[in-house]
Design a protein around this ligand. Structure first.
Ligand code: ATP
Ligand code: MG
Length: 420
Protein backbone atom coordinates (compact mmCIF):
# COMPACT_ATOMS: atom_id res chain seq x y z
CA UNK A 1 0.00 0.00 0.00
CA UNK A 2 2.83 2.38 0.78
CA UNK A 3 3.81 2.83 -2.87
CA UNK A 4 0.30 3.87 -3.95
CA UNK A 5 0.50 6.64 -6.53
CA UNK A 6 -0.53 10.03 -5.20
CA UNK A 7 -1.00 13.54 -6.51
CA UNK A 8 1.46 16.30 -5.61
CA UNK A 9 0.74 18.23 -2.39
CA UNK A 10 -1.29 21.35 -3.11
CA UNK A 11 -2.34 20.09 -6.54
CA UNK A 12 -5.86 18.72 -6.47
CA UNK A 13 -8.05 16.47 -8.58
CA UNK A 14 -11.44 17.79 -9.52
CA UNK A 15 -13.66 14.73 -9.15
CA UNK A 16 -16.81 14.07 -11.20
CA UNK A 17 -19.07 14.62 -8.20
CA UNK A 18 -17.73 18.16 -7.75
CA UNK A 19 -17.34 19.24 -11.33
CA UNK A 20 -20.93 20.33 -12.09
CA UNK A 21 -20.52 23.45 -9.96
CA UNK A 22 -17.22 24.28 -11.68
CA UNK A 23 -18.78 23.92 -15.12
CA UNK A 24 -21.76 26.15 -14.29
CA UNK A 25 -19.50 28.70 -12.67
CA UNK A 26 -17.18 28.83 -15.67
CA UNK A 27 -20.12 29.05 -18.06
CA UNK A 28 -21.65 31.95 -16.12
CA UNK A 29 -18.32 33.80 -16.06
CA UNK A 30 -17.45 33.22 -19.73
CA UNK A 31 -20.90 34.22 -20.97
CA UNK A 32 -20.82 37.40 -18.93
CA UNK A 33 -17.33 38.37 -20.15
CA UNK A 34 -18.29 37.60 -23.77
CA UNK A 35 -21.37 39.81 -23.36
CA UNK A 36 -19.07 42.71 -22.40
CA UNK A 37 -17.11 42.27 -25.63
CA UNK A 38 -14.18 40.30 -24.25
CA UNK A 39 -12.62 37.56 -26.39
CA UNK A 40 -10.84 34.46 -25.13
CA UNK A 41 -7.03 34.25 -25.36
CA UNK A 42 -4.97 31.13 -24.59
CA UNK A 43 -1.26 31.33 -23.99
CA UNK A 44 1.15 28.52 -23.02
CA UNK A 45 1.45 27.30 -19.45
CA UNK A 46 5.25 27.47 -19.78
CA UNK A 47 7.13 30.69 -20.59
CA UNK A 48 10.70 31.86 -20.25
CA UNK A 49 11.41 32.62 -16.60
CA UNK A 50 12.58 36.04 -17.67
CA UNK A 51 9.11 36.89 -18.98
CA UNK A 52 7.72 36.50 -15.47
CA UNK A 53 10.65 38.20 -13.74
CA UNK A 54 10.38 41.25 -15.96
CA UNK A 55 6.61 41.48 -15.71
CA UNK A 56 6.03 40.64 -12.07
CA UNK A 57 9.19 42.22 -10.62
CA UNK A 58 12.20 40.70 -8.86
CA UNK A 59 11.28 41.84 -5.35
CA UNK A 60 7.93 40.07 -5.17
CA UNK A 61 6.85 36.95 -3.33
CA UNK A 62 6.13 35.19 -6.61
CA UNK A 63 9.53 35.72 -8.19
CA UNK A 64 11.49 35.45 -4.94
CA UNK A 65 10.08 32.14 -3.78
CA UNK A 66 6.94 30.86 -5.49
CA UNK A 67 7.90 29.95 -9.07
CA UNK A 68 8.35 26.45 -10.46
CA UNK A 69 11.41 26.92 -12.66
CA UNK A 70 13.93 24.61 -14.30
CA UNK A 71 16.77 24.74 -16.79
CA UNK A 72 16.59 23.36 -20.30
CA UNK A 73 19.67 21.55 -21.61
CA UNK A 74 20.65 24.72 -23.51
CA UNK A 75 20.80 26.59 -20.20
CA UNK A 76 17.59 28.55 -20.70
CA UNK A 77 15.40 28.88 -17.62
CA UNK A 78 11.69 28.15 -18.08
CA UNK A 79 8.82 28.38 -15.58
CA UNK A 80 5.26 27.25 -15.07
CA UNK A 81 3.12 30.36 -15.17
CA UNK A 82 2.34 31.73 -11.70
CA UNK A 83 -0.19 34.22 -13.16
CA UNK A 84 -1.69 35.10 -16.51
CA UNK A 85 -0.84 38.72 -17.23
CA UNK A 86 2.81 38.24 -18.21
CA UNK A 87 1.92 35.69 -20.92
CA UNK A 88 -0.90 37.92 -22.21
CA UNK A 89 1.40 40.91 -22.47
CA UNK A 90 4.06 38.81 -24.19
CA UNK A 91 1.47 37.58 -26.71
CA UNK A 92 0.09 41.09 -27.31
CA UNK A 93 3.57 42.35 -28.13
CA UNK A 94 4.62 39.31 -30.16
CA UNK A 95 1.50 39.48 -32.37
CA UNK A 96 1.33 43.25 -32.42
CA UNK A 97 -2.33 43.18 -31.41
CA UNK A 98 -2.75 46.59 -29.72
CA UNK A 99 -1.93 48.15 -33.11
CA UNK A 100 -5.35 46.90 -34.28
CA UNK A 101 -7.18 48.88 -31.59
CA UNK A 102 -8.32 48.31 -28.03
CA UNK A 103 -7.92 44.66 -27.03
CA UNK A 104 -10.33 43.17 -24.50
CA UNK A 105 -9.36 39.61 -23.65
CA UNK A 106 -10.01 37.00 -20.98
CA UNK A 107 -8.05 33.86 -20.16
CA UNK A 108 -8.67 30.86 -17.94
CA UNK A 109 -6.56 28.03 -16.63
CA UNK A 110 -4.14 26.59 -14.15
CA UNK A 111 -1.50 28.72 -12.41
CA UNK A 112 1.35 27.37 -10.30
CA UNK A 113 2.90 28.84 -7.16
CA UNK A 114 5.05 27.11 -4.59
CA UNK A 115 3.13 28.29 -1.52
CA UNK A 116 2.16 26.56 1.71
CA UNK A 117 -1.06 24.70 0.85
CA UNK A 118 -4.07 25.54 3.01
CA UNK A 119 -7.76 26.23 2.54
CA UNK A 120 -8.08 28.59 -0.44
CA UNK A 121 -4.34 28.44 -1.20
CA UNK A 122 -2.93 25.74 -3.44
CA UNK A 123 0.15 25.07 -5.58
CA UNK A 124 -1.91 24.48 -8.69
CA UNK A 125 -4.94 26.74 -8.74
CA UNK A 126 -7.19 28.18 -11.41
CA UNK A 127 -7.84 31.74 -12.45
CA UNK A 128 -10.06 33.48 -14.91
CA UNK A 129 -8.53 36.81 -15.80
CA UNK A 130 -9.39 39.81 -17.90
CA UNK A 131 -7.07 42.34 -19.55
CA UNK A 132 -7.78 45.47 -21.55
CA UNK A 133 -4.98 46.94 -23.66
CA UNK A 134 -5.01 50.39 -25.22
CA UNK A 135 -7.40 52.32 -22.98
CA UNK A 136 -6.29 54.69 -20.22
CA UNK A 137 -9.67 56.20 -19.43
CA UNK A 138 -11.11 55.56 -15.95
CA UNK A 139 -14.28 54.46 -17.72
CA UNK A 140 -12.72 51.11 -18.55
CA UNK A 141 -11.53 50.63 -14.95
CA UNK A 142 -15.15 51.25 -13.93
CA UNK A 143 -16.48 48.85 -16.55
CA UNK A 144 -14.37 46.07 -15.01
CA UNK A 145 -15.96 46.87 -11.64
CA UNK A 146 -19.51 46.80 -13.06
CA UNK A 147 -18.77 43.51 -14.78
CA UNK A 148 -17.41 41.84 -11.63
CA UNK A 149 -20.19 43.33 -9.50
CA UNK A 150 -22.74 41.86 -11.95
CA UNK A 151 -20.97 38.52 -11.71
CA UNK A 152 -21.45 38.37 -7.92
CA UNK A 153 -25.09 39.31 -8.43
CA UNK A 154 -25.64 36.74 -11.19
CA UNK A 155 -24.08 34.07 -8.98
CA UNK A 156 -26.19 35.14 -6.00
CA UNK A 157 -23.11 35.83 -3.84
CA UNK A 158 -23.33 38.09 -0.81
CA UNK A 159 -20.86 39.67 1.61
CA UNK A 160 -18.28 40.80 -0.95
CA UNK A 161 -16.57 44.16 -0.52
CA UNK A 162 -14.78 46.23 -3.14
CA UNK A 163 -11.58 47.79 -1.86
CA UNK A 164 -9.89 50.37 -4.06
CA UNK A 165 -6.75 52.46 -3.98
CA UNK A 166 -4.51 54.34 -6.36
CA UNK A 167 -0.77 53.94 -6.70
CA UNK A 168 -0.33 57.12 -8.74
CA UNK A 169 2.28 57.55 -11.45
CA UNK A 170 5.63 55.83 -11.26
CA UNK A 171 7.25 59.21 -10.44
CA UNK A 172 4.83 59.86 -7.59
CA UNK A 173 5.45 56.36 -6.35
CA UNK A 174 9.23 56.78 -6.54
CA UNK A 175 9.02 59.97 -4.43
CA UNK A 176 6.70 58.30 -1.98
CA UNK A 177 9.08 55.36 -1.73
CA UNK A 178 11.74 57.70 -0.32
CA UNK A 179 9.33 59.03 2.31
CA UNK A 180 8.26 55.55 3.24
CA UNK A 181 11.83 54.26 3.46
CA UNK A 182 12.66 57.20 5.75
CA UNK A 183 9.67 56.52 7.93
CA UNK A 184 10.30 52.80 8.34
CA UNK A 185 14.04 53.34 8.82
CA UNK A 186 13.22 55.61 11.76
CA UNK A 187 11.19 52.75 13.27
CA UNK A 188 13.48 49.94 12.18
CA UNK A 189 13.37 48.28 15.59
CA UNK A 190 9.65 47.55 15.10
CA UNK A 191 10.01 45.79 11.71
CA UNK A 192 9.82 42.02 11.44
CA UNK A 193 12.29 40.02 9.37
CA UNK A 194 10.29 40.12 6.12
CA UNK A 195 9.73 43.84 6.38
CA UNK A 196 13.36 44.54 7.19
CA UNK A 197 14.30 42.79 3.97
CA UNK A 198 11.62 44.67 2.03
CA UNK A 199 12.81 48.00 3.41
CA UNK A 200 15.65 47.94 0.88
CA UNK A 201 14.02 45.90 -1.90
CA UNK A 202 10.35 46.93 -2.00
CA UNK A 203 9.25 49.13 0.93
CA UNK A 204 5.69 49.54 -0.40
CA UNK A 205 5.14 45.87 0.25
CA UNK A 206 5.61 46.46 3.98
CA UNK A 207 2.20 48.14 3.84
CA UNK A 208 0.42 44.89 3.06
CA UNK A 209 2.17 42.92 5.79
CA UNK A 210 -0.27 40.70 7.64
CA UNK A 211 1.78 40.80 10.87
CA UNK A 212 -0.56 42.07 13.62
CA UNK A 213 2.30 43.52 15.68
CA UNK A 214 3.14 45.98 12.93
CA UNK A 215 -0.35 47.28 12.24
CA UNK A 216 -0.14 50.47 14.29
CA UNK A 217 3.23 51.30 12.76
CA UNK A 218 1.80 50.76 9.28
CA UNK A 219 -1.37 52.74 10.02
CA UNK A 220 0.72 55.74 11.01
CA UNK A 221 2.89 55.60 7.87
CA UNK A 222 2.63 58.38 5.28
CA UNK A 223 -0.06 57.69 2.68
CA UNK A 224 0.58 57.65 -1.05
CA UNK A 225 -2.89 59.19 -1.46
CA UNK A 226 -1.47 62.42 0.02
CA UNK A 227 1.40 62.58 -2.51
CA UNK A 228 -0.39 61.79 -5.76
CA UNK A 229 0.41 63.52 -9.04
CA UNK A 230 -2.47 65.64 -10.41
CA UNK A 231 -3.24 63.36 -13.36
CA UNK A 232 -3.54 60.25 -11.19
CA UNK A 233 -5.59 62.15 -8.66
CA UNK A 234 -8.01 63.17 -11.41
CA UNK A 235 -8.09 59.61 -12.76
CA UNK A 236 -8.96 58.25 -9.32
CA UNK A 237 -11.69 60.88 -8.86
CA UNK A 238 -13.20 59.90 -12.20
CA UNK A 239 -13.05 56.22 -11.26
CA UNK A 240 -14.85 56.91 -7.97
CA UNK A 241 -17.42 59.11 -9.73
CA UNK A 242 -18.34 56.22 -12.03
CA UNK A 243 -18.69 53.86 -9.06
CA UNK A 244 -20.87 56.37 -7.19
CA UNK A 245 -23.01 56.98 -10.25
CA UNK A 246 -23.46 53.23 -10.76
CA UNK A 247 -24.22 52.62 -7.06
CA UNK A 248 -21.33 50.20 -6.64
CA UNK A 249 -20.31 50.33 -2.98
CA UNK A 250 -16.58 50.50 -2.22
CA UNK A 251 -14.13 51.30 0.52
CA UNK A 252 -10.85 53.12 0.00
CA UNK A 253 -7.98 51.11 1.45
CA UNK A 254 -4.86 53.26 1.32
CA UNK A 255 -2.74 50.25 2.28
CA UNK A 256 -3.79 48.21 -0.72
CA UNK A 257 -0.60 47.99 -2.79
CA UNK A 258 -0.97 44.53 -4.41
CA UNK A 259 1.75 41.92 -4.55
CA UNK A 260 2.97 42.57 -8.07
CA UNK A 261 5.28 45.34 -9.10
CA UNK A 262 3.63 46.30 -12.34
CA UNK A 263 0.64 48.23 -11.06
CA UNK A 264 0.09 52.00 -11.22
CA UNK A 265 -2.98 54.17 -10.59
CA UNK A 266 -6.11 52.06 -9.95
CA UNK A 267 -5.74 48.91 -7.83
CA UNK A 268 -8.61 46.95 -6.35
CA UNK A 269 -9.58 43.77 -4.57
CA UNK A 270 -12.94 42.10 -4.04
CA UNK A 271 -12.79 40.53 -0.60
CA UNK A 272 -15.03 38.50 1.67
CA UNK A 273 -14.92 37.65 5.36
CA UNK A 274 -16.51 34.23 4.69
CA UNK A 275 -13.26 32.46 3.76
CA UNK A 276 -10.96 33.15 6.69
CA UNK A 277 -7.60 34.64 5.81
CA UNK A 278 -7.77 33.68 2.10
CA UNK A 279 -10.46 36.33 1.61
CA UNK A 280 -9.47 37.94 -1.70
CA UNK A 281 -11.47 36.39 -4.51
CA UNK A 282 -10.62 38.83 -7.28
CA UNK A 283 -7.82 41.34 -7.62
CA UNK A 284 -6.24 43.58 -10.18
CA UNK A 285 -5.43 47.04 -11.34
CA UNK A 286 -3.88 49.26 -13.94
CA UNK A 287 -0.42 48.57 -15.37
CA UNK A 288 0.19 51.30 -17.93
CA UNK A 289 3.97 50.86 -18.03
CA UNK A 290 4.22 47.11 -18.42
CA UNK A 291 3.83 46.64 -22.19
CA UNK A 292 6.64 49.10 -22.83
CA UNK A 293 8.77 47.56 -20.08
CA UNK A 294 8.33 44.17 -21.79
CA UNK A 295 9.55 45.56 -25.12
CA UNK A 296 6.30 46.73 -26.76
CA UNK A 297 5.05 50.17 -27.75
CA UNK A 298 3.71 52.24 -24.83
CA UNK A 299 0.19 50.82 -24.24
CA UNK A 300 -1.97 51.53 -21.21
CA UNK A 301 -3.57 48.43 -19.71
CA UNK A 302 -5.82 47.30 -16.88
CA UNK A 303 -7.00 43.90 -15.72
CA UNK A 304 -7.85 41.51 -12.92
CA UNK A 305 -7.77 37.83 -12.06
CA UNK A 306 -10.26 35.89 -10.03
CA UNK A 307 -9.44 32.73 -8.13
CA UNK A 308 -11.85 29.95 -9.05
CA UNK A 309 -11.11 27.72 -6.03
CA UNK A 310 -11.94 30.60 -3.69
CA UNK A 311 -15.12 31.41 -5.63
CA UNK A 312 -16.18 27.76 -5.39
CA UNK A 313 -15.46 27.76 -1.64
CA UNK A 314 -17.54 30.91 -1.30
CA UNK A 315 -20.44 29.44 -3.29
CA UNK A 316 -20.30 26.38 -1.03
CA UNK A 317 -20.08 28.48 2.13
CA UNK A 318 -23.15 30.43 1.02
CA UNK A 319 -24.91 27.22 -0.07
CA UNK A 320 -25.37 28.34 -3.66
CA UNK A 321 -25.78 25.51 -6.20
CA UNK A 322 -26.14 27.67 -9.37
CA UNK A 323 -28.13 25.49 -11.75
CA UNK A 324 -31.16 23.24 -11.55
CA UNK A 325 -30.03 19.77 -12.62
CA UNK A 326 -31.28 19.04 -16.15
CA UNK A 327 -33.92 16.43 -16.98
CA UNK A 328 -32.34 12.98 -16.70
CA UNK A 329 -33.58 9.78 -18.27
CA UNK A 330 -32.41 6.18 -17.80
CA UNK A 331 -32.92 3.70 -20.63
CA UNK A 332 -33.81 0.31 -19.17
CA UNK A 333 -33.29 -2.42 -21.75
CA UNK A 334 -33.98 -6.15 -21.99
CA UNK A 335 -33.07 -8.39 -24.94
CA UNK A 336 -30.64 -8.17 -27.88
CA UNK A 337 -33.09 -6.43 -30.25
CA UNK A 338 -33.82 -3.86 -27.56
CA UNK A 339 -30.08 -3.20 -27.15
CA UNK A 340 -29.82 -2.35 -30.82
CA UNK A 341 -32.99 -0.27 -30.80
CA UNK A 342 -31.88 1.63 -27.67
CA UNK A 343 -29.00 3.25 -29.58
CA UNK A 344 -31.43 4.61 -32.14
CA UNK A 345 -33.85 5.81 -29.47
CA UNK A 346 -31.04 7.49 -27.56
CA UNK A 347 -29.74 9.22 -30.68
CA UNK A 348 -33.17 10.64 -31.49
CA UNK A 349 -33.75 11.71 -27.90
CA UNK A 350 -30.38 13.49 -27.84
CA UNK A 351 -31.42 15.37 -30.96
CA UNK A 352 -34.85 16.29 -29.65
CA UNK A 353 -33.78 17.07 -26.06
CA UNK A 354 -30.21 18.38 -26.29
CA UNK A 355 -30.14 19.55 -22.65
CA UNK A 356 -31.32 16.25 -21.16
CA UNK A 357 -28.98 13.64 -19.72
CA UNK A 358 -29.51 10.11 -21.08
CA UNK A 359 -28.10 7.03 -19.41
CA UNK A 360 -28.25 4.16 -21.89
CA UNK A 361 -27.78 1.06 -19.74
CA UNK A 362 -24.71 -0.95 -20.73
CA UNK A 363 -24.73 -3.58 -17.99
CA UNK A 364 -27.31 -5.91 -19.55
CA UNK A 365 -28.53 -6.81 -16.07
CA UNK A 366 -32.07 -7.71 -14.96
CA UNK A 367 -34.85 -5.08 -14.96
CA UNK A 368 -34.50 -4.88 -11.21
CA UNK A 369 -30.75 -4.29 -11.35
CA UNK A 370 -31.17 -1.62 -14.03
CA UNK A 371 -33.84 0.22 -12.03
CA UNK A 372 -31.47 0.24 -9.08
CA UNK A 373 -28.85 1.90 -11.27
CA UNK A 374 -31.42 4.40 -12.49
CA UNK A 375 -32.16 5.36 -8.89
CA UNK A 376 -28.46 5.61 -8.11
CA UNK A 377 -28.01 7.92 -11.08
CA UNK A 378 -30.85 10.00 -9.62
CA UNK A 379 -32.71 9.83 -12.96
CA UNK A 380 -36.10 11.54 -13.22
CA UNK A 381 -37.58 8.95 -15.61
CA UNK A 382 -36.96 5.42 -16.81
CA UNK A 383 -37.67 4.60 -20.45
CA UNK A 384 -38.27 0.89 -20.79
CA UNK A 385 -37.46 -1.17 -23.88
CA UNK A 386 -38.53 -4.71 -23.04
CA UNK A 387 -39.93 -7.59 -25.06
CA UNK A 388 -43.49 -6.28 -24.99
CA UNK A 389 -42.45 -2.74 -25.97
CA UNK A 390 -40.32 -4.11 -28.80
CA UNK A 391 -43.13 -6.19 -30.26
CA UNK A 392 -45.56 -3.20 -30.09
CA UNK A 393 -42.94 -0.74 -31.34
CA UNK A 394 -43.47 1.31 -28.20
CA UNK A 395 -41.54 2.59 -25.22
CA UNK A 396 -42.75 2.68 -21.63
CA UNK A 397 -42.20 5.79 -19.54
CA UNK A 398 -41.95 5.41 -15.81
CA UNK A 399 -41.52 8.47 -13.57
CA UNK A 400 -38.96 7.63 -10.89
CA UNK A 401 -39.75 10.56 -8.64
CA UNK A 402 -43.26 11.19 -7.34
CA UNK A 403 -46.42 9.23 -8.04
CA UNK A 404 -46.82 9.07 -11.87
CA UNK A 405 -47.89 5.83 -13.52
CA UNK A 406 -46.04 3.83 -16.14
CA UNK A 407 -47.47 4.26 -19.67
CA UNK A 408 -46.51 2.89 -23.08
CA UNK A 409 -46.33 5.11 -26.19
CA UNK A 410 -44.46 5.66 -29.45
CA UNK A 411 -41.07 7.40 -29.56
CA UNK A 412 -42.68 10.52 -31.07
CA UNK A 413 -45.11 10.64 -28.18
CA UNK A 414 -42.26 10.17 -25.73
CA UNK A 415 -40.51 13.18 -27.21
CA UNK A 416 -43.73 15.23 -27.03
CA UNK A 417 -44.20 14.12 -23.42
CA UNK A 418 -40.76 15.42 -22.41
CA UNK A 419 -41.05 18.62 -24.41
CA UNK A 420 -44.15 19.46 -22.42
P1 ATP B 1 -2.79 36.42 -1.81
O1 ATP B 1 -2.54 37.73 -1.15
O2 ATP B 1 -4.02 35.71 -1.27
O3 ATP B 1 -1.57 35.53 -1.86
P2 ATP B 1 -2.18 37.34 -4.45
O4 ATP B 1 -2.11 38.81 -4.33
O5 ATP B 1 -0.94 36.56 -4.47
O6 ATP B 1 -3.18 36.75 -3.33
P3 ATP B 1 -3.02 37.49 -7.21
O7 ATP B 1 -1.69 37.22 -7.76
O8 ATP B 1 -3.56 38.84 -7.28
O9 ATP B 1 -3.09 36.95 -5.69
O10 ATP B 1 -4.08 36.47 -7.86
C1 ATP B 1 -5.44 36.81 -8.05
C2 ATP B 1 -6.35 35.85 -7.32
O11 ATP B 1 -5.98 34.51 -7.55
C3 ATP B 1 -6.33 35.97 -5.82
O12 ATP B 1 -7.15 37.03 -5.40
C4 ATP B 1 -6.86 34.64 -5.38
O13 ATP B 1 -8.28 34.62 -5.48
C5 ATP B 1 -6.27 33.72 -6.40
N1 ATP B 1 -5.04 33.07 -5.89
C6 ATP B 1 -3.80 33.58 -5.81
N2 ATP B 1 -2.92 32.69 -5.31
C7 ATP B 1 -3.65 31.56 -5.06
C8 ATP B 1 -3.33 30.25 -4.57
N3 ATP B 1 -2.08 29.92 -4.23
N4 ATP B 1 -4.33 29.34 -4.46
C9 ATP B 1 -5.60 29.64 -4.80
N5 ATP B 1 -5.96 30.85 -5.30
C10 ATP B 1 -5.01 31.81 -5.42
MG1 MG C 1 0.13 35.41 -3.03
Amino acid sequence: MSNKIQAIRGMNDLLPKDSALWLSLEKTIFNLFLSYGFKNIRTPIVEKTDTFCRAIGEATDIVEKEMYSWQESNGESLSLRPEGTAGCVRAMIEHNLPREGIQKVFYQGAMFRHERPQKGRYRQFHQVGVEVFGADNAKIDAELMVMTYSLWQNLGLKNITLEINTLGSSEARANYRFLLTDYFTQHKDQLDEDSTRRLSTNPLRILDSKNKDMQSLINAAPKLMDYLDDESSKHFDEFKAYLDYLNIPYVINTRLVRGLDYYNRTVFEWTTTDLGSQGTICAGGRYDGLVEKMGGKPTPAVGFALGLERLILLLEAQEITLSEPPLSIYLVILGDDAQLRSMQVATQLHHALPEAILYNDITLGSFKAQFKKADKANADFALILGEEEMSNNQISIKPLKGQGLQQAMSLDEVIKYFKN
